[in-house]
Design a protein around this ligand. Structure first.
Ligand SMILES: [Zn+2]
Ligand SMILES: [Zn+2]
Length: 75
């Protein structure tokens, strides 16, 4: 299902936005932190640049306005 995926931890130097922009799926960082669960995603938060799984941990807004629940999906 995921041809390219990076299972590594969040990296400030090469954040999830950069990875996803070049077609690499990353783990939802909220699932990872809260549940120790791996769920790959191609969505990232514009605020913290971390991957999030759509619906559960972030909104469905267009890419440029996407936010994870930690940064406030309704802000
Ligand atoms: Zn998640
Ligand atoms: Zn965020």
């Amino acid at each position: 299902m995921w041809e390219n995926a990076d299972y590594g931890p969040f990296d400030e130097e090469n954040d999830d936005k950069k990875k996803i922009d070049v077609g690499i799926a990353v783990p939802c960082r909220l699932c990872e932190n809260a549940f120790r669960r791996l769920r790959l995603t191609m969505r990232y938060c514009m605020e913290c640049k971390r991957g999030f799984c759509e619906g559960e941990h972030g909104n469905f807004a267009p890419k440029t306005r996407a936010r994870c629940v930690q940064c406030g999906p309704h802000a």
